[in-house]
Design a protein around this ligand. Structure first.
Ligand SMILES: [Zn+2]
Length: 168
């Protein structure tokens, strides 16, 4: 495997590259444990954690497994998710050196609107993270638009259409 889990300077445990990764290289699919439903809710006794779940705009909630459930957020990320037909793949956003922590901008692959204090340490850190593409600064939205997960593009299609028509 080209990654390992270890203690992160950002938060808890993180995912680290074992080998150099090339820009736009597909790193791996996300490991799916199971779908969380009302009939089969999370079982904390089995170590199933709320923050290892991925919420899809169609209402499905998927429990993700190691290693990528440990991917931390950064306001200056180096990987992104590409979700198609219920499967999410991790791609390198740029060249990544061996030993670097892999980080996602959560607003590119979530839409939950959760607000939390960000301590990612990146230059340009938003400080208070309001999770959702619509809450990012417009210049940043345009910069990161190519890395927006297709399911989130679908979710925000009317909004994206507006910002693109303003640009064109
Ligand atoms: Zn940050």
């Amino acid at each position: 495997m080209s990654v390992e889990i270890r203690e992160s300077a950002i938060h808890g445990q993180g995912v680290y590259a074992n080998t150099p990764l090339r820009k736009h290289q597909i790193i791996a699919p996300i490991n799916i444990i199971r779908e969380i439903t009302e009939e089969h809710p999370l079982d904390p006794e089995k170590g199933e954690l709320y923050h290892h779940c991925h919420w899809y705009p169609d209402g499905r909630v998927i429990l993700t497994g190691e290693p990528y459930c440990y991917t931390n957020h950064s306001c200056d990320p180096n990987v992104f998710l590409y979700t198609v037909n219920g499967m999410s793949y991790v791609f390198a956003m740029r060249d990544i050196a061996a030993g670097a922590e892999l980080t996602l901008e959560y607003s590119l692959c979530n839409f939950d609107g959760e607000v939390w204090e960000c301590r990612c340490g990146a230059w340009g850190c938003r400080g208070v993270h309001h999770c959702g593409f619509q809450y990012m600064e417009k210049s940043r939205q345009l910069e990161l638009l190519p890395y927006l997960d297709p399911v989130i593009v679908w979710y925000h299609q009317d909004y994206i259409r507006v910002i693109l028509s303003e640009m064109a």
